[in-house]
Design a protein around this ligand. Structure first.
Ligand code: ATP
Ligand code: MG
Length: 642
C-alpha cells in the first residue's frame, strides 16, 4: 500500500481536479490568468487552463535569469569532442534570444514549424527554447535518423526552417548529418525555405546557396538583440514529436503550452523531487520525449541546472591495453553534484556488462534518486543497479503521448518504497483503469491482467491530438474498447493487492499459447534472472498446433559460456527448466536462441515487431528506426541453426 498522504493527494486530483490543478498551476508564471481549469466539452479533446497566457521559455529561462542570473542552467559535456561548456541562466537567455532573433529575421512566425535535426549540443537546446519563446512549433527529429525517416517527418511537420549541424559523433566516429539532411529534403515533398547550419568543424559540408545559413555568422550579426517572450494562450501548440516507432508508423504527438508547463513543474516537485540550484542529469537524447521533458523543459522550469551529455555510457579505453570506462556517468554525477538522475533500463543493461566496481569509484553522495523509464525494468537489472549504487531506483512508466509519468511513486508527496518489477501506482490526474480487451469491462481484482487504459480527460501535459489529424487521434487512441471512450496505452498490465501495477508487455505482444494468454515480459523477466543472461527478447510466433509459441533470443553476459554447441544446448536446457519451474510449461519458449545483439530502435528499445516478423519468415517492414540492421541478420542466422 502506498502512504495515506499520497492516496489523499491522488484522490483529490480525481475528485476536485479544478482545485488540484489550480494549485499546481501556481508553480508557473502566467502573464494572464486562466478562466477555466479544464474544458472537456468536446471529448476526448481536453483544453487546460483556458484563456491563460504563458510561455515555456519564460518559465524555463527568463524568470530564473531575473532572479538567479549567475546560477548554472545548462551544463554541456561531450566525451565525443572533449568539450565542456556551462551556461548560466543569464547566458542561456542571451543565446536563446539571439537564436530567436535569427529565426525571426528569417521570417519564422508564431505557429510556423521549425524542425530540429541536431546532435546533443547546446545549440539544440537554444533552438528548442527559441521556438518556445516566439511561439514557433518545434519538431525535433533524432539526430542521425536515416534520410527517409527524416523526409517523412519533414512532410508531416512542413517546417519553414530546419536547424541542423554538420555532424554528430558516436563512440568517436563522426556521423555527418548534412548529406542525410540534403537527401531527406530531396526526398520530401515539402521544401523548407531555410536551413540553419551549426558548423562544429567535424565534417565538411556543401551549402545550398540561398537556402543554407551559417549560425556562427548570424549569431554575430544578431548577438545582443532582445526578443521578448510571446505570451501564448495555454492551448497553443508548443511542439510536435514522433513516437519511437517501436510498433509501427510513428505518430506525431502535439502538445500545448500551459498544460505542459504546469505538468512538468508539478512533476519536478512531486515525482522527481528536484530543487532550484541543484543539477538534474538525464542520459536521454533531445530526439525523445524524455529529452524534451527532462533534459530541456522540466529541470529548467524547476530552476535546476540540466546536464546535457554527448557521448556513450561506456567509453572505450584509450591506448591498446586500456580498459573501457563504464564510470563516466558517475564521474559526472560527482563533478556536477547531480541530485536527480534519469536514464533507461537499456542503458543500465549496457553498464551491467561491466564491472560493478565502476559504480562505486566516485563520490555519489549528492545523488538522491535514479529514475529509469522507457522499457520494462527487469528485476535483476533493478537489483544490480540498486545494490551497486546504494540509491533508490525508481521505475517510471509513461509514453511520448503523455509527456510525464503515468505510473511511478510520487516521493515528493510521500516516502513510499518501490517494489521490484513494478513502476508503482497511478500518478495524480491519471484515471488509470485495467480493462478486459474483449468486453471493455473494468477489472477490479488483484492479479487480473488487462489493457492499461486512462479515462478522459487526460491530465495536463498529455498530447492534445495527433498533429493535423484529430480523426487519427480519436481512432487510434480512444476507439479501441467496445462501449466506451477511453484512452488506450496499448500496454498490458496487472495490479497487485497493494495497488501496484506491473507492465506485462505491449498488448500486441501478448502470446496466446494453447488458450493461455501470456505477456512476453513475464517470460523475459524469468529468463533474464538466469545469471548467464545479459539481455533477452521473447516474441510469439505462429504455430500450426498451438496457435502461437514463444521464441526467446538471449544475449549472454559472457559469450564464452556457450562456446561449443554442447555448452549452448546445456544452457538452453537450464533456461527452459527455469521457465518451467517459475511460470509453468505453457510459458516455455520453443527455443532459446543465443545471439550477441538484439534489434533495437535508436532509443534502445527492442524492435519486437521486426524480431517477430523475421522469426515467422516475414518481411520486417519499415526499419527506418532500427539502430543496427546487422542484429537482424544475426537473428536470421540463429534461426537457421538447429
Ligand atoms: P510507438 O508508439 O511508435 O510504437 P513506443 O511506444 O516505443 O513507439 P514511446 O512513447 O517512446 O514509443 O514508448 C512508450 C512505451 O514504452 C510504453 O507504451 C511502454 O510500452 C514502454 N514503456 C515505457 N516506460 C516503461 C516502463 N517503465 N516499464 C515498461 N514499459 C515501459
Ligand atoms: Mg507507443
Amino acid at each position: 500500500m502506498v502512504a495515506a498522504a499520497y492516496q489523499a493527494f491522488y484522490q483529490q486530483s480525481l475528485d476536485q481536479p479544478d482545485a488540484f490543478w489550480r494549485e499546481q498551476a501556481a508553480l508557473v508564471d502566467w502573464q494572464q490568468p486562466f478562466e477555466q481549469v479544464c474544458d472537456f466539452s468536446r471529448p476526448p479533446f481536453a483544453r487546460w487552463f483556458v484563456g491563460g497566457r504563458t510561455n515555456l521559455c519564460h518559465n524555463a529561462v527568463d524568470r530564473h535569469a531575473s532572479q538567479r542570473p549567475d546560477a548554472a542552467a545548462l551544463i554541456w559535456v561531450s566525451t565525443e569532442t572533449g568539450q565542456k561548456r556551462v551556461y548560466s541562466f543569464a547566458q542561456l537567455q542571451r543565446e536563446v534570444e539571439t537564436l530567436a532573433a535569427i529565426l525571426r529575421a528569417q521570417g519564422v512566425q508564431q505557429g510556423d514549424r521549425v524542425q530540429i535535426y541536431m546532435p546533443m549540443i547546446p545549440e539544440a537546446a537554444f533552438a528548442m527554447l527559441a521556438c518556445a519563446r516566439i511561439g514557433a512549433i518545434h519538431s525535433v527529429v533524432f539526430g542521425g535518423f536515416a534520410s527517409h525517416a527524416l523526409a517523412s517527418r519533414i512532410d508531416d511537420a512542413t517546417p519553414r526552417l530546419i536547424v541542423s549541424a554538420d555532424a554528430g559523433s558516436r563512440g568517436g566516429k563522426v556521423v555527418p548529418y548534412k548529406p542525410l539532411l540534403d537527401e531527406a529534403i530531396q526526398l520530401a515533398q515539402h521544401k523548407p525555405e531555410k536551413v540553419l547550419m551549426v558548423d562544429r568543424g567535424l565534417a565538411p559540408f556543401e551549402r545550398v546557396a540561398g537556402r543554407d545559413l551559417d549560425y556562427a555568422a548570424l549569431r554575430q550579426a544578431h548577438g545582443g538583440e532582445r526578443v521578448d517572450c510571446v505570451w501564448l494562450e495555454s492551448s497553443t501548440p508548443s511542439y510536435t514529436l514522433y513516437t519511437s516507432g517501436t510498433t509501427g508508423k510513428p505518430k506525431g504527438v502535439q502538445r500545448d503550452v500551459g498544460g505542459y508547463c504546469v505538468a512538468l513543474a508539478a512533476s519536478m516537485k512531486h515525482i522527481f523531487g528536484g530543487h532550484a540550484g541543484e543539477t538534474f542529469f538525464s542520459t536521454s537524447d533531445i530526439g525523445w520525449v524524455v529529452g524534451h521533458s527532462y533534459i530541456i523543459y522540466g529541470p529548467l522550469i524547476a530552476g535546476m541546472a540540466t546536464l546535457m551529455y554527448e557521448g556513450l555510457p561506456v567509453l572505450s579505453g584509450r591506448g591498446a591495453s586500456a580498459e573501457p570506462d563504464a564510470g563516466i556517468w558517475w564521474q559526472l554525477v560527482e563533478k556536477y553534484k547531480v541530485t536527480v538522475m534519469f536514464s533507461a533500463p537499456t542503458a543500465i543493461r549496457v553498464l551491467k556488462k561491466h564491472d560493478a566496481a565502476f559504480l562505486t569509484r566516485h563520490d555519489l553522495s549528492s545523488l538522491r534518486t535514479l529514475f529509469l523509464a522507457g522499457e520494462p525494468l527487469d528485476e535483476p537489472t533493478a537489483r544490480w543497479i540498486a545494490e551497486g549504487l546504494n540509491k533508490p531506483i525508481l521505475d517510471n512508466y509513461w509514453q511520448t503521448e503523455t509527456g510525464w509519468p503515468i505510473l511511478t511513486l510520487a516521493r515528493g508527496v510521500a516516502d513510499d518504497s518501490p517494489k521490484f518489477g513494478s513502476p508503482g501506482v497511478p500518478m495524480y490526474g491519471y484515471r488509470v483503469k485495467l480493462l478486459d480487451e474483449a468486453t471493455g469491462e473494468e477489472l477490479h481484482g488483484a492479479h487480473q491482467k488487462g489493457l492499461l487504459a486512462i479515462e478522459g480527460p487526460l491530465p495536463p501535459g498529455c498530447m492534445q491530438t495527433v498533429w493535423r489529424d484529430d480523426e487519427r487521434f480519436v481512432r487510434t487512441y480512444w476507439n479501441g474498447i467496445p462501449g466506451k471512450q477511453v484512452y488506450s496505452t496499448f500496454d498490458w498490465a496487472m495490479r497487485d493487492e497493494d495497488g501496484f501495477y506491473f507492465i506485462l508487455g505491449r498488448s500486441d505482444d501478448v502470446i496466446n499459447v494453447a488458450g493461455h494468454r501470456l505477456g512476453t515480459r513475464e517470460i523475459e523477466e524469468c529468463i533474464s534472472g538466469h545469471p548467464a543472461v545479459a539481455e533477452v527478447a521473447v516474441v510469439g510466433v505462429a504455430d500450426a498446433l498451438k496457435g502461437q509459441v514463444a521464441l526467446a533470443f538471449a544475449v549472454l553476459r559472457d559469450p564464452a559460456r556457450a562456446a561449443t554447441p554442447e555448452q549452448a544446448q546445456a544452457l538452453e536446457g537450464e533456461i527452459l527448466k527455469k521457465v518451467d519451474a517459475e511460470l509453468g510449461a505453457v510459458a516455455r519458449p520453443a527455443r532459446v536462441r543465443l545471439v550477441t545483439a538484439l534489434p533495437k530502435t535508436r532509443s534502445g528499445k527492442l524492435l519486437r515487431r521486426a524480431l517477430q516478423a523475421v522469426s515467422e519468415g516475414r518481411d520486417p517492414g519499415d526499419l527506418s528506426t532500427i539502430e543496427d540492421p546487422s542484429a537482424l541478420e544475426q537473428i536470421r542466422a540463429a534461426l537457421g541453426r538447429t
